[in-house]
Design a protein around this ligand. Structure first.
Ligand code: DX5
Ligand code: ZN
Length: 213
């Protein structure tokens, strides 16, 4: 079963509640937090996270593109994150950070930049709920899909199957009706999409189409 997670980075923040209403049929809501250090862009943080539970009851999938995530994880958990994903590249003690997330009663994910090999998550694979394979270099919405990530997704799917685990494979960046079938065929089951959904004239229909590629 494919899950679709619209990235609110591409929403219109002057009418966020209205935009979230347009994606109410999505499975998760993807919340991109950027700090201007780990990635060359600043998005938003706690103030937006604080208002989300008041305007949506959707599952909040928080993607932390920040340095020192462990300092901020407790507050995101308190504000209603259902899943918190940290970047392997931002964690010196990745195993410890994964345990920290789980101890707060939140699902734990680990993200890999396009240039980071799967080796980086090999020894936490049994501990996580999700691995996010970035299909663009993180920092901005609307970038083109990096197709050389397809064999990486395939290899990760094989690893998860070989260990008989039920870890989700999420992809993020450049996902649209052209690239979605490729990532699904490679083994991804959670698709993040920002511009493809929010810039579509009918976001609800786009979500349904992406889900059934
Ligand atoms: C990129 C973010 C993505 C981004 C995806 O750094 O993590 O979630 O919003 O946007 P699209 O789908 O437009 O590539
Ligand atoms: Zn993201």
């Amino acid at each position: 079963m494919i899950k679709i997670a619209p990235s609110i980075l591409s929403a219109d923040f002057s009418r966020l509640a209205e935009d979230l209403c347009r994606v109410k049929d999505a499975d998760w809501l993807h919340v991109d937090v950027m700090d201007g250090h780990f990635v060359p862009n600043i998005s938003f943080g706690f103030p937006i996270m604080e208002v989300l539970p008041g305007i949506t009851d959707q599952f909040l999938d928080v993607h932390l593109m920040i340095q020192n995530p462990s300092t901020y994880i407790p507050r995101f958990a308190e504000l209603g994150a259902g899943l918190i994903t940290v970047h392997a590249e931002a964690c010196v003690h990745l195993h410890r950070v994964v345990q920290q997330i789980k101890e707060l009663g939140v699902k734990a994910g680990v993200a890999l930049n396009p240039g980071t090999p799967l080796n980086a998550i090999l020894h936490v694979l049994e501990d996580v709920d999700l691995i996010l394979v970035m299909t663009v270099n993180p920092g901005f919405g609307g970038q083109p899909f990096i197709s050389t990530m397809l064999p990486k997704i395939e290899e990760l799917r094989r690893l998860i199957a070989a260990k008989d685990l039920s870890v989700d494979i999420q992809v993020d960046g450049g996902i649209n009706l052209q690239t979605a079938p490729q990532v699904v065929a490679a083994g991804a089951n959670v698709l993040v999409a920002g511009s493809a959904i929010f810039r579509s004239p009918d976001p609800g229909r786009m979500i349904a189409e992406l889900r059934t590629v």
